[in-house]
Design a protein around this ligand. Structure first.
Ligand code: NAD
Length: 487
């Protein structure tokens, strides 16, 4: 039973133009740990979406005129409210996503980090001047907020991925219409409640909840008032949304799927490489977009790596309820997610792979999958091409640098890649050769508000975050020429 210090944080209606709105029906949000109902959430459709977009457009006219400090102050207030309600917010997140409580706290640290960062970045939305070739004219570049931003977010990080998009949008002067994932709408509604308490003006931040995303999605992609669509989710859905948004030529940001390689070279520090790849592989039960999908290990280290990895599975992983502080792996999000993991593992096993650990569902509950270690995996298996999005480590052997670079790049994804080596020359060479938006050398930790994040190839279009251009993604660029200057 979900117990909160402040039960009013658990909102179940959509938030439109500063008001809590109920649709004609509702849907159930369940805890993936025990399948128990967490909340009944309202289902809205096309009419409410249009209303939210209209109110966001109206609010934009005033919001964009606020000073950067005023907009930043709202974000700082929002950040303070997260600190004040920390445990309750983590509890709601843990209940709806099933993740271990400690990992919910990491996610919330991401939220406060982004709110704080963008509150300050609001001051750094700079244009610039150019030296005009004509003495009687002046050239300038202005940056102006793009308008209403439509956000569609996934379930795997339902709190921070909302903030990662809406904080820069609001800081830049845009307004937001957000549709969270159907499995995890409650964390987005918590943010609506906090935005409301922070005094963010009506219409600036709107949240639409629905089980079936079609109606809301169609309106968001076709309504010409939505000037930018920023989506995080699967490549399959991203392609459909990008095509639909093409009709009204929306500015797009697509943060899509991954098939990320980790390469352990023969000169790696083995202990560190095992630790890093092990903990990241099983973080959020393997449900991270930039998670390691394929582990390439040099033949000289292969046996030792596999042995140590296996020992760590035996000694350190504990499946269970996210509310049990000793748990470090929760369930997968839903039946579709676990069925995909099962299919990919079964396909690999049927074609000659061996499961040294796991390889089947766990007895902890219907959505738990055993932490799995597969060896003898090869490129003809689906595991090599497709994103597993679950707690499965697949090990491949290699013996040549060029060969492993070719294999690492042999995918239509390009989100992140990791390499482990103590050789500085190789670090540069391989990092430059890998086709991915983020590269970790001797680390898996490649996400920061300072660094641009996004994918090459079919992992996405556009970038989020970045110390240099963080707000530009939410702005139009305007060239301004002033003529007639007499000397
Ligand atoms: P998904 O594509 O199934 O769903 C994502 C969102 O799209 C959800 O809100 C869903 O309701 C919505 N959606 C689905 N069909 C829609 C439609 N027709 N119209 C409008 N909205 C629609 O993805 P998911 O299962 O929630 O998330 C997992 C995927 O997300 C993985 O592939 C993962 O790699 C990717 N992901 C990428 C990043 C990144 O930054 N690149 C981050 C997290 C997750």
């Amino acid at each position: 039973m979900l117990k909160l210090k402040d039960p009013s944080l658990l909102r179940t209606d959509s938030y439109i133009n500063g008001k809590w709105i109920r649709g004609k029906s509702s849907f159930t949000v369940k805890n993936p740990y025990d399948d128990k109902t967490v909340a009944e959430v309202t289902e809205v459709g096309q009419a409410e979406t249009k209303k939210a977009i209209d109110s966001a457009q109206k609010a934009f006219e005033e919001w964009k005129k606020l000073t950067p400090k005023q907009r930043g102050d709202y974000l700082k207030k929002w950040e303070e409210l997260i600190y004040e309600n920390w445990d309750d917010i983590c509890t709601i997140l843990t209940y709806e996503a099933g993740k271990p409580f400690e990992q919910s706290t990491h996610e919330l640290m991401g939220c406060t980090g982004f709110l704080n960062w963008y509150a300050q970045e609001a001051h750094r939305l700079h244009g610039y001047t150019l030296q005009s070739p004509d003495p009687n004219r002046r050239f300038m570049i202005l940056r102006q907020p793009i308008g209403v931003v439509g956000i569609i977010s996934p379930w795997n990080f339902p709190s921070v991925l909302v903030i990662q998009k809406c904080a820069p949008a609001l800081a830049a002067g845009c307004t937001v219409v957000l549709k969270p994932a159907e499995d995890t709408p409650l964390s987005a509604l918590v943010h609506a409640e906090l935005a409301h308490r922070a005094g963010i003006p009506h219409g600036v931040f709107n949240v639409l909840t629905c089980k079936d995303p079609t109606e809301v999605g169609n309106e968001m992609t076709s309504n010409p008032l939505v000037r930018k669509l920023t989506f995080t989710g699967s490549t399959e859905v991203g392609k459909k949304l990008a095509a639909a948004a093409g009709n009204t030529i929306k500015n797009l940001c697509m943060e899509l799927g991954g098939n990320c390689p980790a390469i352990i070279f023969e000169d790696a520090d083995l202990e560190k490489a095992v630790l890093s790849t092990f903990w990241f592989k099983f973080y959020n039960a393997g449900q991270c977009c930039n998670n390691i999908n394929r582990i390439f290990i040099h033949e000289r280290l292969y046996d030792q790596y596999v042995k140590q990895f296996q020992k760590m599975i035996d000694n350190f992983l504990k499946l269970g309820s996210g509310m049990d502080k000793t748990t470090n792996i929760g369930p997968l999000i839903n039946e579709q997610g676990i069925a995909k993991v099962e299919e990919l593992v079964d396909d690999a096993l049927s074609q000659g792979a061996t499961a040294l650990r796991g390889g089947c569902r766990a007895s902890n509950g219907p959505l738990f999958y055993e932490p799995t270690l597969l060896i003898d995996v090869d490129p003809k298996m689906r595991m090599y091409r497709e994103e597993v999005f679950g707690p499965v480590a697949s090990c491949y052997q290699f013996n040549d640098e060029d060969e492993v670079i070719r294999m690492a790049n042999d995918t239509h994804y390009g989100l992140a890649a990791y390499l482990y080596t103590e050789n500085i020359g190789r670090s540069w060479r391989v990092a430059e050769a890998l086709e991915a938006g983020s590269i970790g050398v001797n680390t898996h930790d490649v996400v920061s508000e300072l660094l641009p994040f996004g994918g090459w190839k079919q992992s996405g279009i556009g970038r989020e975050n970045s110390a240099v251009e963080s707000l530009n993604a939410y702005c139009e660029t305007k060239s301004l020429v002033i003529a007639g200057i007499q000397h």
